[in-house]
Design a protein around this ligand. Structure first.
Ligand SMILES: [Zn+2]
Length: 414
């Protein structure tokens, strides 16, 4: 089973935008660009919304059938571990093994020793095609990667073998993710992590490292773009090397989590992918839910009132909503508009504050991030929220399609 060179994580919170999302990929298809849709939804999201992976599967199958999509597509059990994997086994054919919580846990002494022994051959300066600076691999760095990451990779191996036993080989795609952690992984660390993944016999097709800088949910990249560019290019060179050297799947590619809305680094990513003839997996799921809110706000009347109610509740339950997303949001409470003021806003004003348009002075990234993690509130409105989605479907779909196609696909892959 192969993911294809370009793929996008497009899962959506309430299973209502599958067709709109796939429509944006059909636009790209018309231009000769095939992007594999992957409806990803994490255990965390399913728990918060009280939805089920079979709902995601239904949404994906239906969108594919209705729009006559003839290329591969997948349903991703996003950010799962041994404790949550069972829940996803029947419905999913893509598994994102999240082992970030195990980084820093010490592996068995013998495993560490054997890893260090196997990596000794890479000691010294390693020149990679396409990057000027050779990687510098020292005994210290090998030892530190062994101590920091081997336990986590071992955990990924356990989850992988468990899924393999249940689903059989070549029936699913594997991603290893280490992104939801505080410290970024350098290209040298990525290289050695890939060695460990290969020693563990995990046929990973995508790997999600933590890049330097902040990848906050639904807002732009925060960090040094020049530094990111160098790191990203070095990571692509590392992957090319690792595929050959460690016999990892030929299509192995980077996966960018919280990948939506990173407008300031998209030009660099676009250029780097061309330079290295590399593929990419970009997870953008959360941005679609914000397009639903934008569409509802612009619909005025009852729909706008609902978005205001959602904001008011999110404002009051700030701590609770932000807690699960600690490493991927940065919200300054003092910069959030008070619900009392928001109550008087027009739909256009609400949409201007929410929409990620840096040229609009009314855009408020704190407001946007809080609403990003506020989907739990919408789920509590249950039928009322879903009815609003269905009633205002056309305007919402237009926003969803435009956002994915114009602001993401075109910027990264054209
Ligand atoms: Zn993630």
């Amino acid at each position: 089973m192969e993911l294809g060179k370009y793929s996008m994580g497009i899962g959506d919170r309430f299973h209502h935008q599958g067709k709109a999302q796939l429509t944006s990929l059909k636009y790209a298809e018309k231009d000769g660009l095939i992007i594999t849709p992957v409806w990803n939804k994490s255990f965390r999201e399913h728990q918060i919304i009280k939805s089920n992976p079979s709902d995601t599967r239904k949404e994906a199958d239906m969108a594919v059938k209705d729009l006559k999509w003839e290329h591969p597509y997948f349903v991703d059990a996003d950010h799962i571990g041994l404790r949550s994997v069972d829940y996803f086994l029947d419905s999913c054919d893509f598994f994102t093994l999240d082992v970030a919580d195990y980084i820093g846990k010490q592996a068995d002494e013998n495993i560490i020793k054997s890893f260090i022994r196997r990596c000794k051959q890479y000691l010294g300066r390693l020149s990679l095609q396409g990057v000027d600076e050779p990687l510098c691999i020292t005994e210290e760095v090998i030892k530190s990667v062994a101590e920091k990451f081997l336990f986590a990779v071992g955990e990924a191996g356990k989850i992988y073998r468990y899924i393999l036993e249940k689903k059989g080989s070549d029936n699913f795609i594997v991603e290893v993710s280490m992104d939801e952690t505080d410290l970024a992984q350098s290209p040298v660390e990525l290289l050695l992590i890939l060695a460990a993944i290969s020693f563990e016999n995990i046929p990973a097709q995508t790997i999600a490292p933590k890049f330097s800088g902040r990848f906050n949910k639904g807002v732009d990249y925060v960090g040094d773009v020049g530094k990111f560019t160098m790191e990203f290019e070095a990571d692509l060179a590392v992957l090319n090397f690792a595929v050959k050297e460690f016999s990892l799947p030929a299509g192995l590619k980077l996966s960018i989590h919280s990948g939506s809305d990173k407008f300031s680094i998209y030009p660099a990513i676009n250029k780097a992918l061309k330079k290295f003839n590399a593929g990419i997996h970009l997870k953008t799921a959360g941005t679609t839910w914000l397009e639903e809110l934008t569409g509802l706000a612009l619909s005025e009347g009852e729909a706008l009132r609902l978005t205001k109610e959602i904001y008011k509740k999110a404002f009051c339950r700030f701590e609770e909503l932000c807690e699960p997303y600690r490493t991927v949001i940065d919200i300054e409470g003092a910069n959030l508009p008070h619900p009392f003021h928001v109550d008087n806003w027009s739909g256009e004003k609400f949409a201007s504050a929410l929409r990620h348009d840096l040229s609009n002075s009314e855009y408020n990234l704190h407001f946007r991030q809080l609403l990003h993690v506020g989907y739990k509130i919408a789920s509590e409105f249950n039928r009322k929220y879903l009815d609003a989605l269905e009633k205002n479907e056309n305007l919402i779909a237009k926003n969803v399609i435009e956002n994915l196609f114009e602001r993401h696909i075109k910027k990264i892959l054209y």
